[in-house]
Design a protein around this ligand. Structure first.
Ligand code: 8ID
Ligand code: ZN
Length: 349
């Protein structure tokens, strides 16, 4: 039975705080499903949304969240390929037009009409969440819903970013922000793809976690006298990593990566620190033939592939479960940079 009311965390105004309260359960439209969210990962994007960090406005009031894993409990009459009782994931891309140039070429995140979960439409920090059936992630039934939830944004995004980097098995990738949610999953995907990892972040807890996740070296950006030199020194021949995956929420690393990346190397920008600018020295970028590119979540196929890695058991990333009612605490810890790995909220608490 679907209740009329449910618990949710609602942002009434930009800047927050989030308010834990009861709101009505919505009905899915003809091409939509209603997912009973069991667990939802908390992404730094959710905090950017609370704080109004980006040049794109959110809806208000807003229910955040876009790593929602749960069970389909209702569907519109046009929905045929997903059934009530199936496990599904509400991800950042809630829906797209499926018609434009980008959708036709499976670059759905670039669709100008994309609906964004927990940003332009209500997301997964509620017990019942709506998403377009075409876009909900199909989660196999043998996969635990708490552990899989971070894959729905963090996992898909870093998997896509690693593919976009072109790094090949045996090569070295630097992961900047390795101790956070995206960074911890990036290490697991990189390892599964046969890459060697240099983790960059700060603090002993994150260092230990990165070593356990499979990184070969750890550079503490707060302790290092010269991050560029230390990252290069951590590669076997001292020439720098073949690829850099930038998932830090700070501007500085976006201005260092082109300096330490290997000649012919690729810098993948994923993190979205407020108001930050990319910069790189023209001379070195040219004579090293450096490639710098952005990478934005992933398409439906990337989603299925990222989930399949997880289902096979090769992606094991640390997460802590906390009640949905305690979301503000997670934001406070995230703001302080205190979270190693990911927090996942349990919507029943
Ligand atoms: O599709 C996309 N491009 C996409 C998808 C999902 C998330 C982008 N994001 C963005 C988020 O909006 C956010 O800006 O990726 C960023 C990282 O999200 P997250 O992994 O959820 O954030 P986190 O768990 O807080 O981890 C950030 C880590 O960066 C470290 C912190 O210590 C933390 O562990 N960090 C910082 I702040 N400065 C650093 C520095 N100078 C740094 N690590 C290395 N060097
Ligand atoms: Zn996210």
């Amino acid at each position: 039975d679907i209740p009329k009311e449910q618990w949710a965390q609602v942002i009434e105004k930009t800047g927050g705080p989030v308010e834990y309260k009861k709101i009505p359960v919505q009905q899915p439209g003809p091409d939509e499903v209603l997912v009973n969210i069991k667990y939802s990962g908390v992404c730094h994007t959710d905090l950017h949304a609370v704080n109004g960090d980006w040049p794109l406005p959110t809806k208000l009031p807003l229910v955040g969240g876009h790593e929602g894993a749960g069970v389909v409990v209702a569907k519109g009459n046009l929905v045929e390929d997903i059934q009530i009782g199936d496990h599904a994931g509400v991800k950042w891309i809630n829906g797209t037009c499926l018609q434009c140039d980008f959708c036709q070429q499976s670059d759905e995140p670039l669709c100008p009409k994309a609906l964004l979960s927990g940003y332009t439409v209500d997301g997964s920090f509620q017990q019942y969440c709506i998403a377009k059936a075409a876009h909900v992630a199909r989660i196999p039934k043998d996969v635990p819903l708490d552990a899989v939830s971070p894959v729905l944004c963090a996992g898909i995004t870093v998997y896509k970013g690693l593919k976009e980097s072109g790094a090949r098995p045996g090569q070295t990738v630097a992961i900047v922000g390795a101790g956070g949610g995206l960074g911890s999953l990036a290490q697991q995907y990189a390892k599964a793809m046969g890459l060697q990892i240099i983790a960059i972040d700060t603090g002993d807890e994150k260092k230990k976690m990165c070593e356990e996740l499979g990184s070969r070296a750890f550079v503490d950006f707060a302790k290092s006298q010269n991050v560029v030199k230390d990252v290069q020194a951590a590669t076997e021949d001292g020439l720098g990593p073949h690829a850099v995956i930038l998932v830090a929420v700070a501007e500085k690393p976006f201005q260092q990566a082109a300096e330490y990346v290997r000649p012919r190397g690729t810098v993948i920008c994923i993190g979205l620190p407020a108001g930050a600018k990319l910069s790189a020295p023209v001379f070195e970028s040219v004579i090293k033939m450096v490639c710098i590119r952005g990478s934005y979540v992933g398409n439906r196929k990337d989603t299925a592939e990222a989930l399949e890695f997880f289902r096979r058991g090769v992606i094991k990333s640390p997460f802590k479960v906390i009640g949905l009612s305690e979301l503000q605490k997670v934001y406070d810890m995230m703001h302080q940079g205190q979270i190693a790995g990911r927090y996942v909220v349990d919507t029943s608490k």
